[in-house]
Design a protein around this ligand. Structure first.
Ligand code: CA
Length: 335
């Protein structure tokens, strides 16, 4: 009965912000605020408790927040809600001007939902009913404690048309257009994870124009089939990208033929990186040839000194012949 009374008071506060003017409009903003469940993904073994926050981001200065409400549903066979408490976002903004808030919540672990809302509590004349500015920016609206009931997954879902943000302008209660982002509970937690586990090249020394064969081993270490793009590069220059689909646990060698025609002679490390839409462990997606390098050597670089030496010897022999009359070969042999 007490909860019902609080909800009635809460709704009355939202509706009757000013007596005699109760029009409800819609604030227009270029980048709408977002109500979210934070963290986006939660996990806990059956029997364990965990917490999530209802957060809001990007509340604009000219559409500051005076009140909000949301109904969030879940699968009660997977999780139960044990506690719902107010977050600091609206409360602190109200306190700045000496105002308080009214915070209400109901929990339904039979059907799987909780409803929560908060509004700045109005003052009555001679004071202004509401502070000049509400909450702005980003913050936590509420913190919810849940208990994991069983293995499995469930969305923590903002019920359609049951989530609202309010501002007050010129004595009007105005609903702020916004987006929502659901949360997910999952146990055991499945992850997306591909990794580059090996990289080899042959040959490791080449003249420009020669082909170097590079093998990159990629492995799907996660719990989903993945479409992965594998890109190899020398220093900061990409060479080629190849796509592959890897089933769970699959390891595959992706082959590349590096045409070195336009490669400036030099010494290079080769790097391979695996890219997927979501990867929960980014630390193993890039691998470099740390223990070896590729040498692209200048063309004729080994023949040129030899040719210069032979030419110099021939000239020297001719000069000797002119001076001594000896045959060039004899002169050379007599050196
Ligand atoms: Ca990874």
């Amino acid at each position: 009965m007490r909860k019902k009374t609080l909800w009635i008071i809460f709704v009355l506060i939202l509706i009757c912000t000013t007596i005699g003017n109760m029009s409800v409009g819609t604030a227009s903003v270029s980048s709408p605020p977002v109500m979210s469940i934070d963290p986006a993904t939660s996990t806990a073994a059956p029997g364990e408790t965990f917490t999530i926050n209802v957060t809001v981001a990007d509340i604009a200065e000219n559409d500051s927040l005076y009140g909000w409400e949301a109904e969030i549903s879940f699968n009660p066979d997977i999780v139960n809600v044990t506690r719902v408490t107010s977050g600091p976002f609206l409360r602190d903004a109200a306190a700045t001007y000496g105002y308080t808030t009214i915070f209400v919540k109901t929990i339904d672990n039979v059907n799987g939902s909780f409803k929560v809302g908060e509004s700045i509590f109005p003052k009555f004349p001679p004071d202004d009913p509401y502070p000049p500015v509400g909450a702005t920016g980003n913050g936590t609206l509420a913190t919810i404690t849940l208990t994991a009931k069983a293995e499995g997954s469930t969305l923590l879902h903002f019920e359609e048309n049951q989530h609202k943000l309010f501002t007050i302008k010129l004595d009007n209660l105005i609903e702020i257009t916004h987006d929502v982002t659901d949360g997910l509970f999952e146990y055991p937690l499945r992850v997306h994870d591909v990794a580059v586990t090996n990289i080899t090249a042959n040959p490791k020394t080449a003249l420009p124009g020669e082909i170097i064969f590079i093998n990159v081993t990629v492995e799907n270490q996660g719990d989903f089939s993945e479409n992965v793009s594998v890109t190899i590069s020398y220093d900061a220059t990409d060479i080629e990208t190849s796509n592959a689909t890897l089933s769970i646990g699959e390891s595959r060698i992706v082959q590349f033929n590096w045409d070195t025609t336009d490669v400036t002679p030099g010494t290079y490390n080769i790097t391979a990186r695996a890219t997927v839409a979501v990867d929960d462990d980014q630390t193993d997606n890039i691998r470099s040839s740390e223990t070896w390098v590729i040498d692209v050597i200048p063309e004729f670089s080994t023949l040129l000194p030899l040719m210069l030496l032979l030419a110099a010897m021939a000239v020297f022999a001719l000069l000797l012949k002119r001076r001594t009359g000896a045959k060039p070969v004899d002169a050379y042999l007599n050196l």
